[in-house]
Each structure stands twice: as structure tokens, then as C-alpha cells.
Design a protein around this ligand. Structure first.
Ligand code: IVH
Length: 674
């Protein structure tokens, strides 16, 4: 064997360890995953050719050993304790008070605050810097030997960086990041395999596999939060410094921890993490406060199985069980029938939930929700509550599957569900009071015509009383008609009429949005208005030249088809005429479409430009009327290729589409800029 091979293998291992450190500890990867994979491949090839080069701490040896029949037992030299839980501000204040009293200190105390990760606790012993043994918490005194599995978790370094103590036992949480959890479940479902209920079960299930190859295939990660046995190292003064040291040895610690002061600091951290929780890449069920000074921790000690120096402050439970009393169907503005489960009210995520949307019929079938079922409801943060799953074991006998109604529950028109579409719709259109009501409510809403005081209840009265059948009818309402309504005084009637009058003076984007055309939200309405300048130009394009409509940023064939269908319907054109006749008016905008120098030209951007971001280039091109598309096709006029352009550039060459480099793009933009 050449000395070169040995040196190369050592260099590759060092390089890979450095990338692991940047990825898992610093959260700052330097190279793309594919480049990392290349280094691993090279090392594997080298080791295959020279098996004598393989060492147990080589990154290729993470999966080592055959599946075993059972886990061995590990006795924890330092027991793995649990944490006391607190739920309220008073619990936190009492915890802080007890600690101060015991220490005889005036306060405020400094705490190290960490997210409480939802995974499972693992301890790992490094001897002379090499990962020797890892175990689960078990009953706190003895756990299971999961060394072979832990070795496959890439955030555990197989060897510590720098000069490591003789013995370092690190403790932390192994968890499955949410993105990995969701991907895993999607893939398992596609294969028809069992999915995991939550990331914690996923982490526990993955680590407790008898075959380490299975664990290796699961996206697990780890953050360290404490120590067990240590020999050959003097502990620093604080928890925060201890974690800093772990980090330098290449052990990942949670980046969202912070030092806080007193109860106030703890509560501030708790609220802050509560707000950020939904956006964190991992699941947490609360936060943990630890007295930062290790000397204080020592003095405070333990009571039964939990330290006096730490408290887990838990978020309110996000999942709860309840019963489905009924499944009802609501009819929306576009006639979509939405199934809603009426629940036995249940307190979850800090509020009482009694209804939960099931979105569409496919979802009802997929989750197999039936009346009488016991279900798990989840409400995380401010997110709309959802029905997670049915506990089929508790299903009453004879609970029948929910059927899609054949007729609209409001107007009894036929219900249609197009093949391949998830949504079923009432075919009644404007003749369906539910659709009418929703359309009018939307028309009057703040971002649409902004008719102040015309809320849901009032719209329902107007529609049910037959006073308003179309949005245009709002403009013919009289004071007398309003007087006849429940809870409508003279003054409020006059105010409403005034608000309706005010709404006549509007803008084109508002009007377009107010019409309630499918998939035309505010942003699309604005883009359409700016592009076409006036309503008639848009109507003409929508009816005669859908490809012109597709020139508008973010408008694709689906929205163009909805616009076409909307403006082709005589009832809708009549509505617009009636609105105009009633005095609804707006200023036309300068039409960009026709006049712009790059109108009708489609560009595709690829690679990185040196002097501008992709977004800037896109904006500059759109401002000149060009359409910027995501992929190259025969319809593309130009491809702008920066550094490291890939398949799009190849495709352009294949199709013979002119390619502009950055300089050419600048010349083009320069030529047309004012
Ligand atoms: S410290 C003696 N810190 O919570 C201190 N635990 O309820 C023991 N956990 O078994 C643990 N995040 O699995 C600590 N930042 C964190 C934690 C954390 C999650 C888990 C851990 C422990 C359980 C105790």
C-alpha cells in the first residue's frame, strides 16, 4: 500500500469530520450535500481497496456490526434524573424563590434557559476522545446499550475535536427534526408502511431498532445539554460555559438557548419561545431553566429524582382527545362543500375547541372520520385546530362512514365532484343563498370594497330577507328597507348607507378582488390591474387572449381559465354593468402591458449572477414587461445564464434558444431603462 493512500484517507476523514462539525455544531455548512457525499464515496473506495486502512472511528464505519437480538444493559454511574414540571407563572416564581432561599442569596439568579426538546434522553461516553458507549435513560439508573445505533447518528462525533478529557460522558436529547419526520411519514405512507404519530415516537422508535442500518436510514439529530461522569477535566463555573466547551469538542448544543435573569427573564424566554415554536425546525413541549452557576447547582442538589436547580416549564398540551358529535357540510363562496366535525368541546392548546374543519371529502375518507369516533385534536400555537387521527380502537359498533351529500344542504342543487379534484361543489351558483351570502360578505370585506359595518350577521339578514341577491343590490338599499331589519337603528342604518356610498369610489385592484373570481387574491388582483390598466382591457384579454393574461406575474393557466370562465358568464358582465350604473368607479392605471419594451418576451434565469440577485434581475425584467418563467420551453425567448448554470442552460442550447450572459443582460436592461 502506498503511503499516499494512508495520507489521503486521513485527510478525507479530517475533512469529513470538519464538515460534520460545521453542519451539526456550527449550523453553517460550507459545501453542498452532494460534495460531502463525494468525499464519503472517495473514502469508501479507498477503504475498499485498502481494508487495512479502516479504523473504527472512520465515518464510513458508522454502521458497524450486525443486527442484535436484544440490547445489553448499561448501569449509569451518575443516575439520569428527570425534571420537575411547572405550568404557570406562579410555578416558576415558586421555583426561583425556593432556590434563592436555599442558597441564601438575594437574587436575581441567573438561569440558562433551553428549549425542552421532544425526543429521548441519551448518554454517551467518550474515552480519550473516542465514542465508546451510548445508552438510553431507561429507568434513570440503568438503560439500554444503544451504542451501535448512536454511532449512526451523524451529529454524534465518533471522535472529539481537540484535546479531550480522559472520560467525558455527555447527555442530550436525540430527536427527529420536523422536516425529516414529515418526509419520513410521507415516504412510509407511499410505501404503505406504518407512520409515526409524532416526532418523539419517531426518534424513540428509530433509536430502539435492533438493526443499526435501520437507525442509520432515519434522519435523527442530537443536542447535548449536560454531563454524567467526567475525568481529567475541571468543570467551568457555569452551565453556559460547559456547553461552550462541549461545542468546541464538536458536540452539538441547541442554538436557541440563552442566559436570562430572574423570574422575569425566564418568563420572557418562555413567551418568546412560545411565539417561535411553530417556526422551529424541531418539536418542543416547553422550556427548561437551569441555575447557571454550577457551584449553586451543587449546593442545591436533588430531591428524590429531580434536581432542585432546574425546572421544566411546559406549554399547554397541544393534543387532546374528544368525540365527534356530527359531521356537517358548509357551503363557501365558490360553492365548495367543506366538511366540519362538530366536537364534544375540548380544551387544547389553551382554548376550547368545538369545531374542526376536515377540509374536503378526500380528507374525511383518508382519516376515516365517523360520527361517534374518539379523535385526537391538535392546536399548536395560533394555528387552526386540526383533527390528527381517529382512535379506531374506540369506535362504537355500527358507526357508518360519512357520505358526500348528493344535494347542497343549503339550496338542494346537485353536488358535483370532478374526477381527480378533492373539492365537491354545489352547482347552484348565485341561486344558492350560501354562495350568495359568502360572495357578498367577501365583496364588502376590508381589503375588497371595504364597506364598514357590513358584517357577517347583517349580510345573512339581507340575503335571507331577500333584500340583496347580488353585490350590486347593496347600492340600491334604502333607509326604509334597513329599518325593517332586526337590531337596526336609524343611526346605524344611516351609517351603513354612508359606508356603502363611500365604497363606490374605489380602485381597480379592490374591485377585481371584490368580484371573488376563483384564485384571484389581492396580490393577483393588483398584478392584473397594473398590467391591464383598466377593466375592459382585462375582460377582453381574459375572454379572447388568455395567453396575454398569462403574461402577468404569477398568473398561470389555471388562474387564466378562471378569469376566462368568470368574464364569459353573462351574469357576471351584467353585475359589472350594474355596479358601474350605480356609480361604482375607479381611476384607470397606466397600462404597462402594451407599452413596455419587453412585452411578450419570456425569460428564464439560471445560475448565479455576480452583480445582482436573481430577484433583482427578475424585477428589472418584469418592470420592462417581460415574463420570467421557471423552466425552459419552446416558448422561452431568452435564457440568462450566470455562474454554475446547470440543466436549464443545457436545455436552452438543445432548443436553440439565445443565451445571455450577465453583461448582455445588463446591456439589455441599460438600453431600456429611462
Ligand atoms: S436536563 C437533571 N434539558 O426532559 C437534568 N432535559 O423531563 C435532566 N429534555 O429526560 C435533564 N430537553 O429527555 C434537560 N434542555 C433539556 C431537555 C431535557 C428535553 C428531556 C430529557 C429528560 C426529560 C426530563
Amino acid at each position: 500500500m502506498s503511503a499516499g493512500a494512508r495520507e489521503r484517507a486521513a485527510a478525507l476523514r479530517a475533512e469529513i469530520a470538519r464538515h460534520d462539525y460545521r453542519y451539526y455544531v456550527l449550523d453553517d455548512p460550507e459545501i453542498p450535500d452532494a460534495e460531502y457525499d463525494k468525499l464519503m464515496q472517495e473514502l469508501r473506495a479507498l477503504e475498499a481497496a485498502h481494508p487495512e486502512l479502516i479504523s473504527p472511528d472512520s465515518p464510513t464505519q458508522r454502521v458497524a456490526g450486525a443486527p442484535s437480538a436484544a440490547f445489553g444493559e448499561v448501569v449509569h454511574e451518575v443516575p439520569m434524573l428527570s425534571l420537575d414540571n411547572g405550568f404557570t407563572q406562579e410555578d416558576v416564581a415558586a421555583f426561583d424563590r425556593r432556590a434563592l432561599e436555599r442558597l441564601g442569596e438575594p437574587g436575581p439568579l441567573e438561569y440558562w434557559a433551553e428549549p425542552k426538546l421532544d425526543g429521548l434522553a441519551v448518554t454517551a461516553i467518550y474515552r480519550d476522545g473516542a465514542l465508546e458507549r451510548a445508552a438510553t435513560r431507561g429507568d434513570g439508573f440503568k438503560g439500554e446499550d444503544v451504542t451501535a445505533n448512536v454511532r449512526t447518528v451523524r451529529s454524534f462525533p465518533l471522535r472529539l475535536r481537540g484535546k479531550a478529557p480522559a472520560v467525558l460522558e455527555v447527555r442530550g436529547e436525540v430527536f427527529m427534526p420536523l422536516a425529516g419526520f414529515e418526509r419520513f411519514n410521507r415516504e412510509a405512507e407511499a410505501r404503505g408502511e406504518k407512520t409515526f404519530v409524532n416526532p418523539r415516537n419517531a426518534a424513540a422508535g428509530s433509536l430502539r431498532q435492533l438493526d443499526p442500518r435501520v437507525t442509520a436510514s432515519r434522519p435523527l439529530q442530537m443536542y447535548c445539554y449536560g454531563l454524567g461522569t467526567v475525568r481529567g477535566w475541571h468543570l467551568p463555573a457555569r452551565q453556559s460555559e460547559l456547553l461552550e466547551a462541549l461545542k468546541e469538542w464538536g458536540l452539538p448544543v441547541c442554538p436557541h438557548s440563552a442566559r436570562v435573569r430572574g423570574v422575569e427573564g425566564c418568563l420572557h424566554y418562555f413567551h418568546d419561545m412560545g411565539q417561535r415554536r411553530a417556526r422551529l425546525p424541531y418539536q418542543i413541549d416547553g422550556v427548561v431553566y437551569k441555575v447557571d452557576r454550577l457551584a449553586y447547582q451543587e449546593r442545591l442538589g436533588f430531591v428524590s429524582r429531580a434536581p432542585r436547580w432546574a425546572l421544566a416549564h411546559k406549554f399547554p398540551a397541544e393534543e387532546a382527545m374528544t368525540e365527534v358529535r356530527a359531521v356537517q357540510w358548509q357551503v363557501g363562496r365558490t360553492g365548495a362543500l367543506t366538511p366540519v366535525a362538530r366536537l364534544e368541546p375540548v380544551f387544547v392548546g389553551g382554548v376550547t375547541v368545538s369545531n374542526v374543519t376536515l377540509h374536503n371529502f378526500d380528507e374525511v375518507q383518508r382519516k376515516d372520520v365517523r360520527v361517534g369516533d374518539t379523535v385526537v385534536i391538535r392546536r399548536a400555537g395560533d394555528v387552526i385546530p386540526e383533527l390528527v387521527r381517529v382512535i379506531t380502537e374506540r369506535r362504537p359498533a355500527h358507526a357508518a362512514p360519512v357520505a358526500l351529500p348528493k344535494r347542497c344542504p343549503v339550496c338542494h342543487s346537485q353536488v358535483l365532484k370532478a374526477e381527480g379534484e378533492a373539492v365537491a361543489r354545489c352547482t347552484g351558483g348565485f341561486s344558492c343563498p350560501a354562495q350568495r351570502q359568502e360572495a357578498i360578505r367577501h365583496f364588502a370585506s376590508r381589503l375588497a370594497m371595504d364597506i364598514e359595518g357590513l358584517g357577517e350577521k347583517l349580510v345573512a339578514q339581507l340575503v335571507e330577507g331577500g333584500l340583496v341577491r347580488s353585490p350590486a343590490d347593496l347600492y340600491t338599499l334604502s333607509a326604509e328597507q334597513l329599518q325593517g331589519l332586526e337590531r337596526m337603528g336609524e343611526k346605524s342604518g344611516a351609517n351603513l348607507l354612508e359606508a356603502i356610498e363611500r365604497s363606490k369610489r374605489t380602485t381597480l385592484p379592490r374591485l377585481l378582488y371584490a368580484l371573488g373570481i376563483r384564485e384571484v387574491g389581492e396580490a393577483t388582483a393588483l398584478a392584473l390591474a397594473r398590467h391591464f390598466g383598466d377593466l375592459d382591457a382585462l375582460i377582453e384579454a381574459a375572454r379572447e387572449h388568455p395567453e396575454q393574461v398569462e403574461q402577468v406575474a404569477d398568473v398561470g393557466p389555471v388562474v387564466a381559465a378562471h378569469l376566462h370562465a368568470f368574464f364569459a358568464a353573462p351574469a357576471h358582465r351584467e353585475l359589472i354593468e350594474r355596479l358601474r350604473a350605480a356609480g361604482v368607479s375607479w381611476e384607470p392605471l397606466p397600462s404597462r402591458a402594451a407599452a413596455l419594451p419587453l412585452a411578450g418576451q419570456t425569460f428564464v434565469l439560471t445560475g448565479t449572477l455576480a452583480g445582482m440577485t436573481r430577484h433583482e434581475a427578475q424585477e428589472a425584467l418584469s418592470a420592462l414587461g417581460a415574463k420570467v418563467a421557471g423552466s425552459v420551453s419552446k416558448k422561452t425567448h431568452y435564457v440568462v445564464a450566470g455562474e454554475a448554470s446547470g440543466s436549464k442552460l443545457e436545455k436552452a442550447r438543445e432548443l436553440g434558444i439565445p443565451v445571455l450572459d450577465e453583461a448582455a443582460l445588463r446591456r439589455l436592461l441599460g438600453r431600456h431603462s429611462p
